[in-house]
Design a binder for this molecule. Structure first.
Ligand SMILES: C[S@@+](CC[C@H](N)C(=O)[O-])C[C@H]1O[C@@H](n2cnc3c(N)ncnc32)[C@H](O)[C@@H]1O
Length: 187
């Protein structure tokens, strides 16, 4: 049964993080090394800020996080820059490149609202936007969430033409009932 207040939720609350999603990104970082001292990071779908909070302790003073979400998000750190906006718009892209022309890592925890039908297709559409942004900002690494489904294989094939390494990750912190996966691409 779905339990919103599961062990990861309680741990996040106890450790002062904004969301249980921090444990997914920390697990992926531990295994694949996402963050480094001078990283320029784009956090797409950043609210309530868990992924950025997880990244900040690994970053030096010259690092930067540009974060975008439809919902206002506050993370108290001068390296965190936030835009309330939609990643599908060119206006948002202009803001992203005003923070930094290039990014080391583009990470996206964006998912469409689930309504039961078409969730996978809408998740692919959002992923394609993030993939295009990552290309345009010349990101070395791209990590994005996807609702797994029939289109995953095609998407993986096209990503393999662009990236040296493309892997599917299902973190332990992902709820057992969820069909979300993460795709990590590295140049
Ligand atoms: C699962 S939450 C992200 C959680 C976050 N990674 C954390 O650790 O706190 C997904 C977010 O994606 C945002 N989102 C969905 N569609 C978006 C869009 N088109 N542009 C920007 N943000 C979007 C939602 O508002 C939501 O806050």
């Amino acid at each position: 049964m779905y339990n919103r207040k599961d062990a990861y939720y309680k741990r996040a609350k106890a450790e002062g993080y904004s969301s249980r999603a921090v444990y997914k990104i920390l697990e992926i970082h531990k295994k694949y090394g996402l963050f480094s001292k001078n990283s320029k990071i784009l956090d797409c779908g950043a609210h309530p800020g868990g992924w950025s909070e997880a990244a900040l302790p690994f970053l030096g003073k010259d690092a930067l996080i540009a974060a975008v979400d439809l919902i206002d998000t506050t993370v108290n750190d001068t390296r965190f820059h936030f835009l309330k906006g939609d990643i599908r718009t060119e206006e948002t892209f202009v803001w992203i490149t005003a923070q930094s022309e290039r990014y080391d890592l583009v990470m996206s925890d964006i998912a469409p609202n689930t309504i039961g039908t078409g969730d996978h297709d809408r998740s692919i559409e959002l992923a394609e936007i993030v993939i295009t942004i990552a290309e345009r900002v010349k990101a070395e690494k791209l990590l994005f969430k996807l609702f797994d489904g029939a289109g995953t294989k095609n998407l993986m094939q096209s990503l393999r033409k662009e990236y040296k390494s493309v892997r599917i990750i299902r973190p332990d912190a992902t709820r057992k009932s969820s069909f979300e996966i993460y795709i990590l691409c590295e140049r």
